[in-house]
Design a protein around this ligand. Structure first.
Ligand SMILES: C[S@@+](CC[C@H](N)C(=O)[O-])C[C@H]1O[C@@H](n2cnc3c(N)ncnc32)[C@H](O)[C@@H]1O
Length: 307
């Protein structure tokens, strides 16, 4: 039952006094004070009418400082976290609908159902790439086509998307090098053998897109004949040291000024080579990668604009 109008101010003042007195004493006292204050607020006068000192306490509990818990045990167990859809996507109906559609499909198919941030990243990075002078798009490491489809959906559809993969998993020539550098044992069988036809049908929602070129073979051999092309965006998802390093060295030059080079697994301890290859390459050209926060981490190298 609401309190009489005249009692509101004093109720709030008492609650604010208690809250202030308890603030900082302990996490439990703090939460109790906060709960009491919020309860008082619910039965109290509109916020606009609060006395200044009470309003300050109101603001404190509305935008609380992030006090550390008294003991680490007070941290709730967190395995995943949710992020609401970024405003930039939600504010544009078409983008919002597309994002939700892609997210639903990705959740259904992916082994990483909790990586919506990677999808958001592609929205932003492809928007940046699409604004560049004429150039094409390239994915190295496609497997079944999950990220290839994302790129295809978001890229400038007047341009071509190339995908290079053995479509038979890792190559022995790369595995030999990997085993000399790291003591984990990647195997060729980690990836099954997707048919190129199925990948194209998947990317095109049942109809192979005319602006998609799938090239089967071992990279760098498979790159022969593509040397003349200029790239707006290159997505490298090859997992192993040798092909990632070679890809960076081969593709930096034909990347357009302002072009984007993304290397997946930069934050993945399962594939430590991605970070080594990116750091070595960045160092050799005198730049630094930016690390993005998707599940396995993505490094971005953006080529400077021509001066
Ligand atoms: C992690 S998977 C790619 C995942 C894919 N981007 C997706 O969204 O599902 C890595 C792929 O890299 C390919 N690969 C690794 N080394 C390669 C090389 N030297 N040449 C061509 N393909 C290679 C493998 O065949 C495998 O399909």
């Amino acid at each position: 039952m609401p309190l009489p109008e005249t009692d509101h101010g004093s109720l709030m003042a008492v609650a604010a006094y208690i809250a202030d007195a308890l603030r900082g004493r302990s996490a439990v006292a703090y939460r109790t004070a906060r709960a009491a204050f919020r309860l008082a607020l619910r039965v109290s006068a509109p916020v606009a009418n609060l006395p200044r000192s009470v309003y300050r306490t109101y603001r404190h509990f509305r935008d609380p400082p992030y006090l550390p818990p008294a003991s680490p045990r007070e941290f709730p167990k967190v395995r995943t976290f949710a992020q609401t859809i970024p405003h930039l996507l939600q504010a544009h109906r078409e983008q919002d609908v597309l994002f939700r559609k892609i997210l639903r499909e990705y959740r259904f198919l992916s082994a990483d159902p909790c990586d919506p941030i990677r999808i958001v990243q592609f929205f932003h990075l492809l928007r940046a790439a699409n604004a560049l002078p004429a150039g094409d798009y390239l994915e190295l490491g496609t497997y079944g086509g999950l990220t290839l489809k994302l790129i295809h959906k978001l890229m400038d559809s007047t341009r071509t998307l190339y995908s290079l993969d053995t479509f038979e998993g890792f190559d022995e020539r790369d595995l030999v090098v990997e085993k000399t550098k790291y003591d984990y044992k990647p195997e060729q069988e980690w990836f099954s053998r997707p048919s190129l036809e199925n990948v194209a049908l998947y990317v095109g929602d049942g109809k192979a897109p005319t602006n998609l070129k799938l090239v089967k073979g071992w990279f760098p051999d498979s790159f022969k004949g593509l040397e003349h092309l200029r790239w707006r965006l290159v997505h490298i998802d090859l997992d192993l040291y040798q092909p990632i390093k070679t890809a960076l060295e081969t593709l930096w030059e034909p990347l357009l000024p302002g072009g984007l080079m993304l290397v997946h697994d930069y934050g993945c301890y399962g594939f430590p080579a991605a970070r080594t290859a990116v750091d070595e390459f960045s160092n050799s050209i005198g730049t630094l990668p930016i690390e993005l926060p998707d599940r396995w981490g993505t490094a971005v190298l953006r080529k400077p604009l021509a001066t």
